[in-house]
Design a protein around this ligand. Structure first.
Ligand SMILES: [Zn+2]
Length: 401
């Protein structure tokens, strides 16, 4: 009897995670984490959608594996250092997951390509989507093993050399096809679920609710100052946000971060959340990731519990404003954030809200931000049009200059 090649077995495990995710109605993608000898440490499916509702737009398998690893390290577990960790994914990592994996410094082995959202969307393993410094890192860490014929997805090996325990191995065409099918069969219905949300005209202002309304209490249990401030105009962050951003900035520094914060304003200009990162827990627990996750989980919890009109009072973030205290730079965590923003929107921005994504402190010139965004894979560049812009309010900018 011929032994199953290690790479083939690992891809089959990732394919099984992807199929399980698809069966549960979320994106059919999954991944596994291996130690320095190729032994399985953990497996994760995509968990973006649960019970037919958006749960967490950042819950991709690879991003969860990165957080799992650092949570275990923080809890005192004895795991190999990041340079000895390999993540095998069923589909090429999206920009959020690629940024997360690069921030972690793991090796990556990819089964199927993704021409829309994959960081290697053009299949050249040169990574034109990444800024210069990250491009070299991806070339050293991301492997695309050979896939044999007969398969419409057959390919020669490209990218980084495989980890020693996979050297010289390829992926069976049938197993790779399982990865492709699980993803393709799920993508459209998942995007429709995310976009089945109420339009702007269907939303109600939560500031009209009584202070002891269950919905107000729930959002204040996540962020004490929720609904405590309303900007003078919707989609126009202003200087009234300074104390909230400053408090989150200080909390971020105290938690090992560089003073970042992320605020979510709703369609009426109400401040809903303003959170710091938790970088001491994990290099990818940035303020953006924590803010979007906290809001999405809250909405899912309230909608699942049948809280009356939760959907009307807590709309999809695309109708409001996501505000970063610190604008994009060329680092891995920033790239992850651009990708995570794409995963949060998952499709075109509403035409009445083209500047949904804003920042206070510029770390790159506007032309550099534009260059970064225009290099992103097609989904981000053409469909979502990810393009953060600096806030208009001069007093808000100068408070953090
Ligand atoms: Zn991803």
């Amino acid at each position: 009897m011929t032994a199953v090649p290690a790479l083939q077995a690992a891809v089959a495990l990732a394919a099984a995670q992807a199929e399980a995710a698809h069966a549960r109605g979320t994106f059919g993608v999954g991944g596994v984490m291996l130690d320095a000898h190729g032994a399985l440490l953990q497996a994760m499916p995509n968990r973006v959608i649960e019970n037919g509702m958006l749960l967490d737009p950042t819950a991709h398998g690879e991003r969860q594996l990165v957080d799992w690893y650092f949570a275990r390290i923080a809890a005192g577990a004895s795991l190999p250092p990041p340079s000895q960790i390999t993540v095998v994914t069923s589909v090429d990592p999206c920009c959020m997951c690629a940024g997360a994996l690069l921030a972690a410094g793991f090796r990556v082995v990819v089964a199927a390509n993704d021409g829309q959202a994959g960081v290697n969307y053009d299949a050249g393993a040169a990574f034109p989507a990444l800024p210069d410094g990250l491009r070299a890192a991806a070339q050293a860490l991301f492997s695309y093993p050979e896939v044999g014929a007969p398969s419409p997805y057959a390919r020669a090996a490209s990218g980084a050399s495989l980890p020693s325990f996979f050297l010289g191995q390829g992926i069976d065409a049938a197993t790779q096809t399982r990865c492709v099918r699980a993803f393709e069969a799920s993508a459209e219905v998942c995007q429709q679920t995310i976009h089945g949300d109420l339009a702007r005209a269907g939303l109600l202002d939560p500031r009209t609710l009584a202070p002891d309304h269950p919905l107000v209490l729930a959002v204040r249990s996540v962020y004490r100052d929720a609904l405590g401030y309303t900007c003078a105009g919707p989609q126009r962050p202003d200087a009234g946000l300074i104390p909230y951003l400053r408090a989150a900035q200080q909390a971020d520094r105290a938690a090992g971060g560089d003073g970042d914060a992320c605020a979510l304003l709703d369609a009426f200009g109400n401040l809903v959340l303003c959170l710091p990162g938790a970088l001491a827990t994990s290099p990818i627990q940035t303020a953006y990731m924590r803010c979007v996750r906290a809001y999405s989980l809250l909405r899912h919890r309230l909608r699942s519990a049948g809280v009356a009109q939760a959907e009307r009072y807590l709309g999809h973030p695309k109708h409001g404003t996501l505000l970063l205290l610190r604008g994009p730079d060329h680092g891995a965590a920033s790239f992850m954030t651009l990708g995570a923003y794409g995963s949060t929107m998952e499709g075109p921005l509403p035409s009445e809200n083209p500047h949904q994504f804003q920042y206070v402190q510029a770390r790159l010139a506007p032309g550099q931000v534009q260059q970064l965004c225009e290099a992103l894979p097609p989904l981000y560049r053409h469909a979502i049009k990810v393009m953060p812009s600096q806030v208009d309010d001069a007093a808000l900018i100068s408070a953090f200059a």
